[in-house]
Design a protein around this ligand. Structure first.
Ligand SMILES: [Zn+2]
Length: 363
């Protein structure tokens, strides 16, 4: 049962500012949205847009029923949860967003990274309920990430933990917009999926016939969801493209498991709509790549369940718990019936792993 008190969550993305009034069980009871102002506009314009979305929500439910406002923004948010250090889609540079909004909204305001908000939402109300340690990986145009450990978002010393997309997975690999080469998001994101499909199309490959027919020959019309739809309809090329992205996903997850050893990876973002067409190859690659494989427990790899609401719900719920106290996870009876990722370990692989493990720990 909801306690009847609401918080507002605002998710600031590259194209949309989405807001919602959220109750204490993660339900969204009112919504409002606006276009994200272009990055060439001043911080004031962005701030005005946020305030107008929040006021529209107050008008729908009554401001007196709302106790706090949480903002989730794509960008680097300082560990004080008040300042946006850098936002790639906006004009914010060291923007003191919290203090500017508090004065105008008249309620406590917290600011967080959007992927942290999504991770929190999935941990509280979604796929990761009941887990002490979870890692969320959002596959969009790039890769965003969030970590929840023992009821707290792990933000890092400077607030910018979880930027998994820029881990190097291929030395001297593809150039990334961050300036480096071989970043994970160049191989396991929506952009990577579309890039690979386009290269098949521009090479005139007969393999791309079905995709070409779907876009009417206009390569610019090719999108991740379109490739996913083709795969779901059984186009073998689209399946293969998703499977390639899935394999790269699994390799990166194995790296994260080596560092963080979570109980579950939750995969969200647009590409995750491909579900097992993406996640089965990821699980397989993960199992093959995992350090000490065959001789250790393995994290589950599950799709996110909150979809586009995760950012709004997470930002709102983080605002509800703005005192920073650790929060107890919502136990999930659904977890018992969730299909666990159970490793099928071949005998030879298992033996190899044991030798590896001994060599490392007794040598
Ligand atoms: Zn990069």
């Amino acid at each position: 049962m909801s306690d009847g008190r609401y918080t507002v969550g605002v998710d600031i993305g590259g194209t949309k500012i989405a807001g919602g009034v959220v109750n204490d069980t993660g339900g969204v009871i009112a919504r409002a949205r606006a276009d994200t102002p272009h990055r060439s506009t001043t911080p004031d314009v962005v701030e005005n847009t946020i305030v107008s979305v929040v006021e529209e929500l107050f008008a729908q439910v009554g401001k007196e029923r709302v106790t706090a406002v949480g903002i989730g923004a794509a960008g680097f948010v300082a560990a004080d949860r008040a300042t946006v250090v850098f936002a790639p889609h906006l004009s914010w540079r060291d923007e003191p967003l919290q203090s500017r909004l508090v004065g105008r909204i008249g309620l406590p305001v917290t600011v967080d990274n959007d992927a942290n908000a999504s991770a929190w939402a999935e941990w509280r109300f979604g796929s990761a309920r009941g887990e002490d340690r979870m890692v969320m990986v959002n596959l969009g145009t790039g890769i965003g990430g969030g970590i929840v450990l023992d009821g707290r978002v792990e933000r890092g010393r400077f607030g910018i933990a979880g930027e998994f997309g820029h881990m190097q997975v291929v030395p001297n690999g593809l150039r990334c917009e961050c300036g480096n080469r071989g970043c994970w998001e160049q191989y396991a994101s929506g952009n990577a999926l579309v890039r690979e499909a386009r290269s098949l199309i521009s090479a005139g490959s007969p393999m791309a016939q079905d995709l070409v027919a779907r876009i009417g020959g206009d390569a610019a019309a090719l999108t991740g969801p379109l490739i996913t739809a083709a795969a779901q309809d059984g186009d073998p090329t689209a399946c293969e493209l998703l499977s390639d992205v899935g394999r790269w996903l699994g390799i990166g997850l194995a790296n994260l498991a080596a560092a963080l050893d979570p109980g579950i990876f939750v995969i969200g973002g647009g590409v995750s709509a491909a579900a097992d067409l993406l996640l089965d190859p990821a699980r397989e690659a993960y199992r093959r790549q995992l350090p000490g494989r065959g001789y250790r427990p393995e994290a589950r790899i599950m799709a996110a369940v909150l979809g586009n609401d995760a950012g709004v719900v997470g930002a709102a719920d983080l605002a509800r718990h703005h005192d920073g106290a650790a929060v107890t996870g919502v136990p999930s009876s659904a977890l018992e019936s969730a299909p666990a990722l159970t490793a099928v370990v071949h005998e030879s692989e298992s033996r190899r792993s044991r030798l590896w493990w001994r060599r490392r720990h007794t040598g």
